[in-house]
Design a binder for this molecule. Structure first.
Ligand code: NAP
Length: 284
């Protein structure tokens, strides 16, 4: 077992990351030698750590907040998605070179494909709320499936910067335009922290949306956000944010441990159980 591959999630702080639960479940399920840990990396050590990653003893890692841009700048090579998003969340050592990728787009699409199969055939217009780091991956994913994106964000300037990055497929709007644009879309995506535990709920009237539309929220605590509850009552298809978290882990696991894992109902319930524990501890 001494030479078994070791991977980790690297961030600051990192103790709330659910990645170890996911990867350890897969290691056990597929009976593979290897380990996956949490690595809390102090900000002043981050750049040097990534630059000398080959001496860390790890085969690769997930990179989380606040190091996705640092890792991006320290990789010897990055894939197209990481380059477009300007951020790396998965790294692997290959022949002494540090390769970086970004699997958020893959995770978002994997979640929709399994939660609402055929979602990208319903129509070709999307609404995205938010213009932060996660929105970038979501917009890129929607464009990759040929959809046009209508983007809304509290800070219009930030939305404009995101839209400019992607070209004419992304149009920025004022919130006053939302009811009109809702009538035309096949998918509505929330990427803001609205609806997250401890945050205000999103105040939106979904009634103008076509009955065939899909509503998805990338927030997954709580699993059913007020937005998803609203959409369910309206009879719309919904996809929660947990699927994105689970699916984005697939490529890293395959790179480090050599086996392409599956997102299963069992994995979902293990992660949900862990979330319930956190909630209980929070109440105690
Ligand atoms: P971020 O870069 O900080 O962006 C946050 C976004 O939310 C911005 O568009 C921000 O608008 C908006 N926002 C925050 N508070 C707001 C408020 N009170 N009113 C209006 N808008 C508000 O964060 P991120 O990395 O994109 O993450 C966003 C959410 O996605 C988080 O809840 C995160 O947990 C979740 N997420 C989930 C997954 C998954 O796998 N399911 C992956 C990544 C992220 P401004 O630009 O105006 O500030």
């Amino acid at each position: 077992m001494e030479n078994a591959p070791r991977a980790a999630v690297i961030g600051w702080p990192v103790k709330h990351s659910r990645s170890p639960i996911i990867h350890r479940h897969w290691l056990k399920t597929y009976d593979l030698a290897g380990s996956y840990d949490r690595l809390a990396l102090e900000p002043e050590k981050a750049e040097a750590f990534f630059r000398s990653f080959s001496s860390s003893g790890l085969v690769g890692a997930n990179v989380t907040i606040p190091y996705k841009e640092t890792a991006f700048s320290c990789c010897d090579e990055v894939d197209e998605t990481a380059r477009v998003l300007g951020a790396v969340n998965t790294i692997v050592l290959k022949d002494g070179r540090l390769l970086g990728s970004n699997t958020d787009e893959f995770g978002f699409l994997g979640s929709l494909d399994s939660g609402a199969p055929g979602w990208d055939e319903i129509g070709k217009t999307a609404i995205v709320l938010g213009a932060g780091g996660a929105a970038r991956a979501v917009v890129w994913a929607l464009l990759s499936r040929g959809l046009t994106v209508h983007l809304f964000n509290r800070t219009r300037k930030r939305a404009k910067v995101l839209a400019d990055r992607f070209g004419s497929g992304v149009q920025v709007h004022e919130f006053d335009d939302l009811p009109t644009i809702l009538k035309t879309v096949s998918i509505f995506v929330n990427t803001t922290s609205f609806g997250m535990e401890g945050q205000p709920a999103l105040d939106v009237d979904l009634s103008p949306m076509p009955g065939s539309a899909v509503v998805t929220d990338i927030v997954y605590v709580p699993l059913e956000t007020p937005l998803l509850a609203l959409a369910r009552h309206r009879g719309l298809q919904t996809v929660d944010g947990l699927g994105m978290l689970l699916h984005q882990a697939i490529p890293g696991f395959e790179l480090w441990f050599g086996h392409r894992p599956q997102v299963t109902a069992e994995l979902r319930s293990i992660v949900l159980e862990d979330m319930a524990w956190d909630e209980k501890l929070g109440e105690a």
